[in-house]
Design a protein around this ligand. Structure first.
Ligand code: BG6
Length: 455
């Protein structure tokens, strides 16, 4: 365990991620019952005075809905340092400004993070320094492996927090309670009883001015390589004996190691598409290729769908379909577990509403269980009922939750090195098939449910 973190340093402090997600999450954490007191240092390549930075911090804390005496104190005492984080001398200057044990948070594009970690190797790091690294971790399998090798030379694995904010989403965490504390579900959680699992994260948002990053990533790397494969790992892993970091992350890594493109065929098991102009909720969106900063020749997909199989005793033969798209008609963000039909339905029933289905919804946070029962009017005509529970929001949002892990140096919700590499390994054959154009890039209208040919 590290000493209590004395200073949180945000690299890339002037960026969008810091403003929209990280600082609001920090504000929530500072104002929560889990409270921390720390020094905050913002670091960026652009000039900014500390006063300008402070008002930015105050604004972001307020946007996160959290203002407290503690968060105001942290904002007031915060400073901004202009630095080139790929230069050892600049990093040494930043570290000298930190008090107590520092946590260094890399809210930077992956290629800059890689250079910065290399530079950090030439600087003396204070004892028990903690690192927080944003996804995507590396730009492909090779660079992720190289980055991991560099990181272990710097610090022990349990001080390295590879952040995936989906692991801080309350409903994703609810999967653990649902699966492992109810006898009801775990007994049927296997190929024997489950037909298929769909993990879908469709957004109505388009590019939102993020071409610099997104145009090189695309939906497969942005969402499936990281968030959705980890959600799948929690959905499919073997029961860990405890929730401590080694047990939980060991179970996640084990199931990822068994995962491959469905039937080993990256072409047949994947689809990709890109949005054209359209309207969503009255908002007019230009075609993706017309967005500022986009290079059409990169053929970046904004909708990706991949079916994988988990080749182990529990899941052999069950397709796990992972899909994520931008500029879609509906914000559908859920894990849908479709059970197999019963082996025999007693003769005499009419109607067949289909097999039971469990939907774990990330937005809004809820669980729905669709079951068949006898109909109201005609007791022998089957009817569908829906048992639903909505969850209250947790005290902290996902970024508050993952920052809590980093600042208390508790790695349970951090992604372990091997899991990151497995996620890259799983998508690599798909990415290379896409690069060779073995899978066509389809089109869909912004505000639609995806390409018409996919339905
Ligand atoms: C981010 C992706 O990691 O997750 C974005 O880069 C995506 O493209 C976002 O929109 C979705 O997460 P949330 O929690 O904002 O819905």
């Amino acid at each position: 365990m590290a000493d209590r973190i004395g200073t949180l340093v945000i690299f890339g402090a002037g960026g969008d991620l810091s403003k929209r997600l990280l600082l609001p999450g920090l504000g929530q954490l500072l104002s929560s019952s889990r409270g921390y007191d720390l020094r905050l240092i913002g670091v960026g390549s652009d000039p900014m005075t500390s006063a300008q930075w402070r008002s930015r911090v105050v604004e972001s804390f307020a946007a996160g809905g959290s203002e407290s005496a503690r968060s105001a104190r942290v904002a007031n005492n915060s400073i901004y340092l202009q630095a080139d984080v790929t230069k050892p001398a600049d990093l040494a200057r930043v570290l000298a400004a930190a008090t107590g044990t520092p946590a260094l948070y890399f809210a930077l594009p992956p290629n800059v993070t890689i250079l910065s970690i290399a530079a950090l190797g030439k600087v003396r790091l204070p004892k028990n320094t903690v690192l927080g690294m944003e996804k995507p971790f590396g730009t492909d399998l090779r660079s992720a492996q190289a980055l991991n090798r560099r990181l272990v030379r710097l610090l022990p694995e349990n001080h390295i927090h590879r952040v995936d904010h989906f692991l801080g989403k309350s409903t994703v965490l609810n999967l653990l309670g649902l699966r492992f504390t109810n006898r009801l579900f775990e007994q049927v959680w296997s190929a024997e009883h489950i037909e298929r699992v769909d993990i879908v994260f469709d957004e109505t948002l388009g590019l939102e001015g993020r071409a610099g990053y997104y145009d090189k990533a695309g939906a497969l790397v942005d969402m499936i390589q990281s968030h959705l494969l980890l959600v799948m790992a929690l959905t499919a892993m073997e029961p860990p004996s405890s929730l401590d970091a080694d047990d939980l992350r060991g179970s996640m890594a084990q199931v990822l190691r068994a995962t491959r493109a469905w039937k080993g065929d990256p072409v047949a098991s994947s689809r990709r598409a890109r949005y054209t102009a359209g309207t969503i909720d009255g908002r007019r969106l230009p075609a993706y290729v017309k967005e500022t900063g986009v290079t059409p020749e990169l053929d970046t997909e904004t909708l990706a769908e991949v079916t994988v199989g988990i080749e182990n005793w529990r899941w052999a033969g069950v397709p796990f379909r992972l899909r994520s798209g931008k500029a879609m008609a509906d914000r559908r963000q859920q894990i849908v577990v479709t059970f197999k039909d019963v082996p025999h339905r007693p003769y005499g029933f009419t109607g067949n509403p289909g097999p039971a289905r469990l939907t774990i919804s990330l937005t809004p946070d809820s669980i729905d269980l669709d079951l068949n029962i006898n109909g109201e009017d005609d007791p022998f005509a089957l009817d569908r009922v829906n048992l639903q529970v909505q969850f209250a929001q947790g005290e902290l949002g996902p970024y508050g939750e993952v920052l809590h892990g980093i600042l208390s140096d508790e790695p349970t919700l951090s992604v372990r090195a091997d899991a990151v590499e497995e996620c890259w390994r799983i998508v690599t054959p798909i990415l290379s098939a896409w690069r060779k154009s073995s899978v066509p890039l389809d089109n869909y209208r912004a505000g639609s449910a995806g390409p018409t040919t996919w339905r």
